[in-house]
Design a protein around this ligand. Structure first.
Ligand code: FES
Length: 69
């Protein structure tokens, strides 16, 4: 479903942006241009970002394999 009509940004794209760590409207504005037109989508974009679940961060556990030692 297209959320930002001005820029043609879908909810799927917004969730993808959120997974990449773009968790605020300001961040997705910069990353994909959502909310940079009329601004009517800002509230819905913010809701999608809030509900997107945890971001995929760089793994800090060495890749998930069994611990050495
Ligand atoms: S619908 Fe997103 S800026 Fe207009």
């Amino acid at each position: 479903m297209i959320v930002c009509l001005c820029k043609g940004i879908s909810d799927r794209r917004l969730r993808e942006e959120a997974r990449r760590g773009h968790r605020t409207v300001a961040q997705v504005r910069r990353s994909c241009g959502a909310c940079t037109g009329c601004g009517a989508c800002v509230r819905q974009v913010a809701e999608i970002l809030r509900g997107a679940g945890p971001a995929v961060a760089a793994r800090s556990d060495g890749g998930g394999g069994p611990a050495a030692g």
